[in-house]
Design a binder for this molecule. Structure first.
Ligand code: ACO
Length: 321
């Protein structure tokens, strides 16, 4: 028997430390106006020195479980999408499992950088579809501030920290709700355009994020368009059927360019990049939470997610809420 994954609750956590654009102009050659006009970012959150990715993931997960009215002991699996784990190992997911007291759950991380949440959602959906798990906690959590080169104005101003969580549950009831499809893509030949220059296989253990912004920008517009089109075609839908476009929040100009290409009106696009910056794998669940908690997203609404990130990796997901 095939099951369907239904979203039953979401939660978030944002560090309390707000970093405005003006902070950067105190020590580098930039301006609030440049950052706002080129990226749409006005502020972002940075984790405190004592706060880790797992701390944020646990807080987001607790809220998601509470909103779903599900006990930690009833969770079968925890999947954390992150590129900024507390340690190389163990995974953030196993730390979260222990701290939640989710003793029955198996737990692991997914590494697909900014596309991580869509990758994790896809893995979770397929586990539910084939009956391997009935209740899965999917989390996107990042401490991007820990891997930024604070002296590099072309990257330091773009990223933020935070976490978002979504609880999925299996249903075999006749319903058109739930995850309709996920589509994943990768192309490792673009490694040099976006990577961290440290790690166990490198000369230095700790690295910083390196990015060729202009090239990534062009590839993002092209590949995200492909991911959205693939999702629509696979479900025999057109962009007119979409109620909410919830894109990865990297740059308002990328978001506008993809939404304009699909004639998606501004009112249907969920935007949080102005207040969160690019939170990598956390950006989609953070934006989703905003639109669910303020009542924009309603039951049976059709939502499309898209994201592209280092790797390159990219993808899309269609959900009937
Ligand atoms: N303040 C002031 N000037 C700056 C800054 C800054 N913070 N950053 C770059 N500049 C300068 C550059 O040095 C350059 O100067 P030059 O012409 O003298 O060389 C000039 O501004 C223009 O630089 P570009 O890189 O052409 O600027 P662009 O309009 O492309 O914007 C940006 C740069 C914001 C990085 C953009 O390319 C972008 O958003 N790319 C996508 C990157 C991204 O979002 N990556 C995240 C991971 S992948 C993903 O999530 C999709």
């Amino acid at each position: 028997m095939m099951f369907r994954s239904i979203p039953v609750g979401c939660g978030t956590y944002l560090p309390s430390q707000v970093i405005t654009n003006d902070y950067f102009s105190t020590f580098m050659e930039t301006s609030s106006e440049w950052i706002a006009s080129r990226t749409g970012i006005l502020e972002r959150r940075f984790a405190s020195e004592s706060e880790t990715t797992s701390d944020m993931a646990v807080s987001a997960a607790e809220e998601a479980l509470k909103n779903a009215s599900i006990a930690a002991l009833d969770v079968d699996a925890i999947i954390v999408a992150t590129t900024t784990p507390d340690n190389i190992f163990p995974s953030v997911a196993t730390i979260v499992q222990h701290r939640l007291g989710a003793k029955k759950a198996f737990a692991f991380d997914v590494q697909a950088v900014c596309s991580g949440f869509i990758y994790a959602l896809s893995v979770a959906d397929n586990m539910i579809r084939c009956g391997q798990a009935k209740t899965i906690l999917v989390i996107g959590a990042e401490s991007m501030s820990r891997i930024l080169d604070r002296q590099d104005r072309t990257t330091a101003v773009l990223f933020g920290d935070g976490a978002g969580a979504l609880v999925l549950q299996a249903t075999n009831a006749a319903t058109n709700r739930g995850i309709l499809s996920t589509h994943l893509f990768s192309d490792g030949s673009y490694k040099e355009l976006l990577y961290v220059d440290g790690g166990p296989g490198q000369e230095k253990q700790e690295g910083v994020l390196k990015m060729c912004g202009r090239e990534i920008f062009k590839l993002a517009v092209e590949r995200l368009g492909q991911a959205v089109m693939t999702a629509l075609e696979a479900n025999q839908l057109t962009s007119a059927d979409i109620d909410w476009f919830i894109p990865h929040q990297a740059n308002i100009r990328i978001i506008n360019s993809v939404s304009e290409h699909f004639h998606l009106p501004r009112e249907k696009v969920v935007i949080t990049v102005h207040k969160h910056g690019n939170t990598s794998a956390a950006s989609i669940p953070l934006a989703l939470y905003d639109a669910v908690s303020d009542g924009r997203v309603k039951e049976n609404d059709l939502i499309i997610f898209e994201a592209m990130g280092g790797g390159l990796t990219w993808g899309s997901a269609l959900i009937r809420w």
